[in-house]
Design a protein around this ligand. Sequence first.
Ligand code: ADP
Length: 204
Amino acid sequence: MSLTQGYSIMFNIILFGPPGSGKGTQSEKLIAKYGLKHLSTGDLLRSEIAASTPLGLEAKNFMDKGQLVPDEVVIGMISSALEANPQAQGFLFDGFPRTEAQAEALDKLLKLNQTEIHVVLALDVSDEELVKRLLNRGLTSGRSDDADEKVIRARIAEYNLKTAAVAAYYKKFDKVVHIKGEGTLDEIFQLLSNEVNGRMAEKV
Ligand code: ADP
């Protein structure tokens, strides 16, 4: 991959948190405000499923059980997405990385392009609130993984088992900020924006 000029001026964010913590909703607001390219592995996987690609069919087996899709699959998707967006002012990663191996792979891909993750915004929400939100979302989202409490709890368990460690990984580099993910959408967005503004100011 050879993404070249301009990457040193990028600003890259990971929006981190368990399923149902509000990453998708807040991502939309953040990309609009800061002109970032939104990369959601969940959305990319659901597009593959909708198009009935071999990758989508493989991924669906894992997603329907609430399990993570294998690292190689999602890392490949992110690598292609970075390559496809050489003009981006920065990326907002949503739902990625979800394992330490994914975090290491992402660091390498960004480094190849003379850039890095600038901040990891971690949304904190209690497990019971997550289950409530996801069951509620399942009434209208059409997502099979939101329709069944067993699958929802399996996703939260996967998060605690494999994904929570990603925050520890970025803590070593002092990149993680915890934000209370309960409150109104606007309150949470304000807290996220304050952090982004602060980190952007530090960078220049
Ligand atoms: P949520 O975080 O609300 O569960 P997502 O759309 O981010 O929703 O993810 C839905 C499902 O897609 C996950 O439960 C998992 O099976 C799969 N998935 C998404 N991103 C990744 C990833 N980075 N690594 C592995 N699996 C993933």
